[in-house]
Design a protein around this ligand. Structure first.
Ligand code: AMP
Length: 197
């Protein structure tokens, strides 16, 4: 099995080749066809399995294929929520690498730093937003972010979110999303509160 067998488009294949990825990992092999088929997915996967590429590659491919007129400010069409700043930065870097030939834009926001650089980036517009929950809700309440155009939503490390006390924030975020969307949940374990969510 290769990435080409998974029907990955040329601009992404080229970037993956440059990353040195020759074959998809098991979670990529299983998840990518489901996600390209626009199905929702609840995945049990730990860090180190290649799960970031498993969810970011199909999102990049959907956005690339549906790219219309790129004039004017881009609306946020994909939201990826993850518990820590380190994970957020890492996911955003992966998107930059896998998406470098797609001309799509991605922005990362997280707490613990001044918001100016992040709000400047948001003002310029982005297709994909990677965020930690607190800063996301903060910038939504300040009017810098609208979730009304989200088509692809990812909740990463859901069990860690629960452990860190983010469950109420997550419920608030989900309540702001459009009803019609593709939802991807990833968790290393599946406690009842996560399965319910
Ligand atoms: P993750 O589980 O998403 O944190 O990924 C773990 C590591 O595996 C990261 O350093 C990725 O760059 C790398 N990786 C992901 N997919 C592949 C692949 N198909 N081939 C080789 N390395 C990969």
């Amino acid at each position: 099995m290769t990435f080409k067998d998974l029907a990955i488009i040329e601009p992404i294949l080229k970037a993956l080749q440059e990353e040195g990825y020759t074959h998809p990992t098991p979670i990529q092999e299983q998840a990518i066809p489901i996600l390209l088929n626009r199905k929702d997915l609840l995945g049990c996967a730990q860090t180190g399995t290649g799960k970031t590429a498993a969810f970011t590659i199909p999102i990049l491919q959907h956005l690339y294929n549906s790219k219309g007129d790129t004039k004017g400010k881009r609306k946020i069409k994909s939201l990826i929520v993850t518990p820590t700043r380190e994970l957020a930065i890492q996911i955003n870097e992966n998107i930059t690498n896998y998406g470098k030939y797609t001309a799509l834009k991605n922005v990362v926001i997280f707490g613990g730093v001044k918001q100016g650089g992040q709000t400047d980036a948001l003002r310029r517009g982005t297709d994909i937003l990677v965020a930690t929950p607190g800063r996301l809700l903060d910038l939504i309440s300040q009017g810098f972010i609208s979730l009304q155009d989200i088509k692809y939503f990812v909740l990463d490390e859901a069990d860690q979110m629960l452990d860190m006390g983010f469950i109420h924030d997550i419920k608030k975020i989900i309540a702001k999303l459009p009803f019609k969307r593709q939802s991807l949940f990833f968790s290393a374990t599946m406690p009842p509160a996560i399965a319910e969510l």
